[in-house]
Ligand binder design. Structure first.
Ligand code: 5RP
Length: 261
């Protein structure tokens, strides 16, 4: 692997543990002003010291994040649909590689919608993005199983999506947790990180989710709502960090959360 690409991946997936805690704040790209993310800098700034990487669009990056930050950026470069439009999966590539380079990003991220009407289009978006990104040694994060496909959160569907993403050249893949998650990881030749999905009922539920995923081979999390929609977001991210980087149990994580209230 090219030195630059390896170096960028090492900025995100920390070599000390081989894992990462990414903070996802890209939701507005199709949801608009999501609850608790209405003013992005208010959600992002206090959490930045605890994030191994920040996932967002160029608009929020340029307007809401200080260029002096040393946190690696994973730039969302797919979009083109909204939550009120006809079909969320009708996405294209929204950002040039030149702009990604200007923004000094460590990776670019794009969604694929396997099993949707736009499956082929979004898989071709991925293939084209990989070609564009390889020119500059920039890793590509493929985001699987969003939109209507969220219903199909089983091992067979997620394994299919993750494997296809890796086959198309993604450097790492983001997916959802499911039963038999070790099979998803085991059949995907690149690192897998998990999204949190909609906010879970209790903190402990989020900790159990992160813990099971890590124990079954996930290389980290890319959590959004379960962190910044929580009334104690700093406690949440600190607790999640302990699970990811120190193999803390869900109960240990709960203690860290309670201590940081
Ligand atoms: C949306 C995304 C989000 O970044 C992803 O879903 C992570 O956020 P959350 O933990 O809130 O699900 O990629 O397409």
């Amino acid at each position: 692997m090219d030195w630059g690409k390896k170096n960028r991946i090492s900025q995100i997936i920390k070599p000390e543990t081989g894992r990462t805690v990414m903070l996802a704040v890209d939701h507005g790209y199709f949801l608009g002003p999501t609850s608790k993310l209405e003013v992005p800098e208010e959600a992002i700034t206090p959490l930045l010291p605890y994030a191994d990487a920040l996932m967002l669009t160029r608009g929020v990056l340029r307007n809401c994040v200080s260029p002096e930050t040393s946190v690696p950026i994973v730039l969302r470069v797919s979009g083109g649909s909204s939550i009120i439009g006809a079909d969320l999966s009708n996405e294209g590539i929204t950002t040039s590689m030149e702009d990604a380079v200007r923004l000094n990003v460590s990776a670019v991220a794009l969604s694929i919608f396997v099993g949707s009407d736009y499956e082929q289009q979004t898989l071709m978006n991925l293939a084209i993005l990989v070609d564009m990104a390889e020119e500059y040694g920039i890793p590509v994060l493929a985001v699987t199983a969003v939109g209507k496909e969220l219903g199909k959160r089983d091992e067979r569907f997620l394994s299919l999506s993750c494997r296809i993403a890796a086959e198309q050249g993604a450097s790492f893949v983001k997916t959802y947790y499911c039963d038999d998650f070790e099979k998803v990881v085991g059949s995907c030749p690149v690192p897998v990180v998990i999204a949190g999905g909609p906010k879970l009922e209790t903190e402990l539920d989020s900790f159990k989710l992160a813990h099971s995923a890590i124990q079954k081979g996930a290389r980290g999390v890319d959590f959004g709502r379960n962190i910044w929609q929580n009334p104690n977001p700093i406690g949440m991210i600190k607790a999640i960090r302990a699970i990811v980087h120190e193999n803390a149990s869900p109960e240990d994580a709960q203690r860290i959360y309670d201590k940081n209230k």
